[in-house]
Write a protein that binds this ligand. Structure first.
Ligand code: ACO
Length: 321
């Protein structure tokens, strides 16, 4: 049986940290106290004008490849999860493949599952590797969400940031990714969306992120608890054996509620939402890489990663690191 294990991680945060007070100074009608109390977010990063998701993805990818100690030419699958691609097409993944100089004809494509995109990408890569069709995948979450924020909507613009995270997943004789679960329910598409499109050279509809915050909160807490239990059961492991929960970094209160439902103490939960805000598809791999480089997550430990995003989409993976 072919398994898939994580060989290396990397990430990229653009520019300087922008604090809540910086947002106030930029004219947004909010306060550090409101944002901190409701979300736990202290700061986020924004890409400079013209900096694209593929550029952030490339930096994160190079760091992950260096950590994995493999040659770029050995990567035969590139998956980029993003809702803020450089172009309508070609995919951001093909731009990353080109930027890395990979010329081996391997597959490259984007995944669109919003904040759950990285979990979707990881689960897809694991299946490609387990099938024997591919041997080494680069899975990336990269976003420039600042481009789709309505700065006059204080209920949403304070929540998000830009960034990228990546990992190299490779074929292995020993288990790495032990179980995955992916779900979607399109019946909830309208509570979190960017309901615009391009036609006849113009944007039609609304090109900004719109959200019913309370509906999202309730939905996220419910499905994150359920999908976490699902992968734990599917992998046949105990709750106690989990060393780290690496959840989607949307809001500290959602993270705390999920940890409580799983009976996990907060000192087993990786949190970066205070420093990064919600970076959508980038949030899980960014948090993972930060925890690896900080020496929190170590080889041999057991991880539970999970995400939830617009669509609605949700999913989780149980991983021996
Ligand atoms: N600063 C100050 N006041 C604000 C701000 C702000 N940035 N935003 C809203 N308010 C005000 C509102 O105008 C309202 O004022 P009013 O009572 O005078 O009308 C008041 O605060 C309460 O507004 P609510 O929207 O009811 O605030 P709520 O307590 O629901 O908190 C929040 C909003 C933080 C968005 C919350 O609903 C939440 O955390 N939802 C989860 C959403 C989330 O995490 N989304 C991320 C994307 S989805 C994902 O990644 C899964």
């Amino acid at each position: 049986m072919i398994h898939a294990r994580i060989a290396g991680t990397g990430s990229c945060l653009p520019g300087e940290a922008v604090t809540n007070d910086d947002l106030v100074a930029r004219g947004i009608d909010t306060s550090d106290e409101w944002i901190m109390t409701r979300t736990g977010i202290r700061a986020r990063h924004f890409a400079a004008p013209g900096v694209t998701a593929s550029e952030l993805a490339l930096v994160a990818a190079r760091r992950a490849i260096e950590a994995a100690g493999c040659a770029t030419e050995d990567i035969d699958l590139v998956i980029v999860a993003t809702s803020t691609p450089d172009y309508i097409f070609p995919s951001t993944a093909t731009l990353v493949q080109d930027g890395l100089g990979i010329r081996n004809g391997g597959a490259a494509f984007d995944v669109q599952a919003v904040c759950c995109g990285f979990v979707y990408g990881l689960a897809i890569a694991e299946k490609f590797i387990a099938s024997g069709s591919h041997r080494r995948a680069l899975v990336i979450g990269a976003e420039v969400f600042s481009r789709i924020l309505d700065w006059s909507d204080r209920a949403t613009c304070v929540l998000f940031g830009d960034g990228a995270g990546a990992l190299v997943l490779e074929a292995s004789a020993v288990p790495g990714v032990r179980a995955t679960a992916l779900h979607a329910d399109g019946g909830h598409h309208s509570i979190l969306c960017v309901p615009g499109s391009i036609a006849d050279g113009k944007v039609t509809g609304d090109p900004f992120l719109r959200m019913d915050g309370q509906a999202v909160f309730r939905f996220a807490v419910k499905v994150l608890g359920e999908v976490a239990r699902e992968v734990i059961n599917r992998a046949g492991v105990s709750h106690e054996s989990i060393d780290w929960l690496v959840p989607h970094q949307a809001n500290i209160r959602i993270i705390q509620s999920t940890a409580k439902r799983l009976g996990l103490p907060m000192d087993k939960v990786v949190t970066t939402v205070d420093r990064h805000g919600n970076t959508s598809a980038a949030s899980v791999p960014l948090a993972l890489d930060c925890a690896v480089r900080a020496g929190q997550i170590r080889a041999g430990q057991r991880l539970l990663i999970e995400g939830v995003g617009g669509g609605f989409t949700w999913g989780a993976a149980l991983i021996d690191f």
